[in-house]
Design a protein around this ligand. Structure first.
Ligand SMILES: [Fe+2]
Ligand SMILES: [Fe+2]
Length: 161
């Protein structure tokens, strides 16, 4: 793997781990607010981010690339509502999509077919991530302050494995 691409992969491993850290912080906040189902959903999302980091890690490992882990920033800890949490999740996933697109374009420009193919999985995954987050934002926007509807959504999201 070319050095430039290795650096970019290392950077994205860190970004995926930060995503997990951010979602874990959101999960803790949702738990404190008594929204156990939302919290469970967000904790599962945090675990998924770890698996994204490992996909990149394993790609580098299998190719004998130099894995260098960077420092992960402290995530925000205060959110005023579930709606704010999911709006921030959607905004964050849009940023991640831009990062993945840059990484994919870099792999292509360096003619690294193996990396391009590995990154195609991430390109598709980002479509799902944005769609899921925006679906929850839409529903929370409709719910507003209706507690009963909020509990129904909390129960539904709590079913995530
Ligand atoms: Fe991710
Ligand atoms: Fe996902």
């Amino acid at each position: 793997m070319e050095k430039k691409l290795q650096d970019a992969f290392n950077e994205q491993i860190k970004n995926e781990l930060y995503s997990g850290y951010l979602y874990l912080s959101m999960s803790a906040c949702l738990d404190n607010a008594g929204l156990r189902g939302f919290a469970r959903w967000m904790k599962a999302q945090a675990n998924e981010e770890y698996s994204h980091a490992m996909k990149l890690y394993d790609h580098m490992r299998e190719r004998g690339a130099r894995i260098l882990l960077g420092a992960i920033d402290r995530p925000p800890a205060d959110f005023s509502s579930a709606l704010e949490v999911f709006q921030k999740t959607l905004a964050h996933e849009k940023q991640v999509t831009a990062m993945i697109t840059d990484l994919y374009n870099l792999a292509n420009s360096l003619n690294d077919a193996a990396a391009s193919i590995a990154l195609q999985w991430f390109v598709k995954e980002q479509v799902e991530e944005e769609s899921t987050a925006s679906g929850i934002v839409e529903r929370l926007s409709m719910i507003k302050d209706k507690t009963d509807a909020m509990f129904i959504l909390d129960t539904e999201l709590g079913k995530r494995e």
